[in-house]
Design a protein around this ligand. Structure first.
Ligand code: C2E
Ligand code: CA
Ligand code: CA
Ligand code: CA
Length: 276
């Protein structure tokens, strides 16, 4: 009984600690969005598997805070989703990414698309469509240079209300991609019903290539499925040249990963364009 009681107390203490951290993150995030300077986007270059050409970049959230240190995007997004700050944070990300992408056009031989991650409550926001249109107009970014990445979970949670928004976004010329494909509720219904342009093979299927047969079979199947539906395929988390070679052989269209480049500040991304 004594022990049980102790364990219970310890459990409460760690629960409490987690809650205190989430509250601290919420407060700090609120302050950032009201005019702080700790939020930033890094850009991870995307390369064509066909000819190694640079084709764009994925925008990834970075946050350094005086007391909290570096807060990972997964933790920041999770807190923001719970407390509703995801909506203003999401618009900050979208606006910053479109602004940066608009500025980096014209420096490269061909246009470079920017990919932005969107979470469930953002897609569910009734203002989402209008806000995206406003941002593209204000930042002067052509719609077809914006790609929106949605996970299977985000799609499942917004199946009805989200479908209209996604069709409108697609009609405007915005590209839609399914992120982390194969890790969520893999309902093939949305592949048929929604105007998707790309599947991104999750890092977990790339990690054990080319040695692991199971991963090889999944990658082959995803590429066949995607190409059968006239979707492009991106492989993420490509860390070795061996993996890259295998993915090119399998017919992947775009490669992303540490083997090529890590996420970097926008200035560095602009410098990288000059050498590609
Ligand atoms: P994600 O969308 O799947 O993004 C890819 C993640 O894999 C990034 O982690 C990237 O840095 C990492 N990565 C890229 N190449 C490699 C590689 O070769 N090896 C390994 N081990 N990792 C690689 P990051 O930046 O920590 O972001 C984590 C997740 O946080 C993202 O996963 C995405 O789900 C979420 N996220 C990041 N920024 C945003 C944002 O602005 N909005 C939303 N809603 N989510 C975001
Ligand atoms: Ca992503
Ligand atoms: Ca991903
Ligand atoms: Ca992922």
């Amino acid at each position: 009984k004594e022990l049980g009681k102790n364990r219970c107390v310890r459990f409460d203490a760690s629960m409490n600690q987690a809650m205190v951290r989430r509250q601290a993150i919420e407060q700090a995030l609120r302050a950032e969005l009201e005019g702080g300077h700790g939020l930033a986007l890094h850009y991870q270059p995307l390369f064509s598997a066909r000819d190694n050409a640079l084709v764009g970049a994925e925008a990834l959230l970075r946050w350094t805070h005086a007391e909290l240190g570096n807060v990972s995007p997964l933790e920041a997004i999770s807190v923001a989703e719970d407390c509703g700050l995801i909506v203003p944070l999401g618009y900050w990300v979208l606006r910053t990414a479109c602004r940066d992408a608009s500025r980096w056009q014209g420096r490269h031989a061909h246009p470079l698309r920017v990919a932005v991650n969107i979470s469930a409550r953002q897609l569910g926001d009734p203002q989402f469509l209008e806000q995206v249109m406003d941002i593209l107009r204000a930042e002067k970014l052509p719609a077809d240079l914006l790609e929106i990445e949605l996970t299977e979970t985000v799609l499942m949670e917004n199946m009805e209300a989200g479908a209209y928004t996604l069709h409108r976004l697609s009609q405007l010329g915005i590209h839609l991609a399914i992120d982390d494909f194969g890790t969520g509720y893999s309902s093939l219904a949305y592949l048929r019903q929604l105007p998707m342009r790309r599947l991104k093979i999750d890092r977990s299927f790339v990690r054990d290539l080319p040695a692991q047969e199971h991963s090889r079979k999944i990658v082959t199947a995803i590429v066949a499925l995607a190409h059968g539906l006239e979707l492009e395929v991106t492989a993420e988390g490509v860390e070795t040249l061996e993996q890259a070679e295998y993915l090119v052989e399998q017919g992947c269209d775009v490669l992303q990963g540490y083997a090529f480049a890590r996420p970097m500040p926008v200035q560095q991304f602009v410098e990288l364009q000059a050498s590609h």
